[in-house]
Design a protein around this ligand. Structure first.
Ligand SMILES: [Zn+2]
Length: 318
């Protein structure tokens, strides 16, 4: 696909809300993930993150806003693993520089760079903590939580990301927005304390491969459900301004979620735990700075100037 996940910029402000429903956890899920991750942190970190709870909540949805105004942001939210051969899938799990030896950069950018965006953001957050740069810590903590959230969504790991190849167009928003909107208030979010991650790249790939292993279930369960529920029970109609939009009925959403046996809740729980683990790992790798001593007057770092071997750093230009 040459053109994928593109957006129509006309009437940007009017359409942006509905677009979000289709291309990332809904705002609600991203914000729950970032806020609940705070409670996994050690006592040295919790006061800073609690103090900036509201800013973190906003920061966690910024990557989805950036993708509309910044072309380089788009591929950071997914990776279409099924585009690649089995041997290429193994190559993908190497460092960015090593991946480039076997897969052209254009291909990587076209089919998504989510795992590398996660690694880079982890690196940048560690740097911000070393510098005690308050605004950057909040912004990058939100970015990291966002990318972890996306990595926990099975449909962010496949070319068939909206069921468009199997006659299931609309399943993306159904899975990651409509189900949480309807059910997330009843989920359990409490997680064990954050753990240090010694091999961040392996941990990122563990999350992504697990999400990818769920793709078949996500699609097949919905196909089966659609066969057994009449169309007039599957959809309902909602007035949006002067338009009437067809949307999945609550009955259909609940039935789909029940058939998946808690998958959406478990994936949100995993995202909360992994977000906390990564924040904690950044803090340890930064030398456990005293977060009570953070400088909020610091200019946000000019990320282009960060010296790193990872060429993805250049993607942070503004
Ligand atoms: Zn996203």
């Amino acid at each position: 696909m040459l053109v994928k996940r593109t957006i129509v910029s006309v009437c940007f402000l009017l359409t942006i809300g509905s677009y979000f429903l289709g291309y990332g956890w809904g705002f609600k899920a991203h914000q729950i993930i970032v806020q609940m991750a705070v409670f996994t942190l050690p006592t040295e970190m919790i006061p800073f993150y609690k103090k900036h709870w509201q800013e973190l909540k906003q920061a966690s949805i910024q990557p989805d806003i950036r993708r509309y105004v910044w072309e380089d942001e788009k591929p950071r939210h997914y990776i279409d693993l099924d585009h690649y051969s089995t041997s290429d899938q193994d190559s993908l799990q190497k460092s960015w520089n090593d991946v480039l030896r076997s897969i052209p950069e254009d291909t990587l950018l076209e089919y998504g760079i989510l795992p590398y965006a996660l690694s880079l953001t982890k690196y940048n957050l560690t740097s911000a903590m070393k510098e005690k740069n308050g605004p950057a810590i909040v912004r990058l903590s939100g970015d990291l939580a966002h990318y972890v959230g996306d990595a926990s969504v099975p449909l962010h790991t496949t070319e068939n990301y909206n069921g468009q190849l199997t006659g299931q167009t609309g399943i993306h928003a159904l899975w990651e927005s409509r189900i949480p909107e309807l059910e997330a208030d009843g989920y359990t979010y409490w997680q064990e304390p954050a753990n240090y991650i010694s091999d961040v790249r392996a941990a990122i790939w563990h999350i992504i491969l697990h999400s990818h292993s769920l793709v078949d279930s996500v699609l097949l369960i919905e196909q089966e459900l659609a066969r057994n529920i009449p169309q007039d029970k599957k959809y309902t109609f909602a007035e949006v301004g002067k338009k009437t939009n067809r949307t999945y009925s609550n009955q259909y959403i609940s039935a789909y979620s029940a058939q998946m046996n808690g998958m959406v809740e478990r994936q949100m729980q995993n995202a909360i735990k992994f977000t906390g683990d990564l924040w904690f790992t950044c803090w340890v790798d930064a030398g456990q700075p005293n977060l009570a001593d953070i400088n909020f007057m610091a200019e946000p770092p000019i990320l282009d100037s960060i010296k790193t071997n990872d060429p993805r750093s250049t993607l942070h230009r503004k």
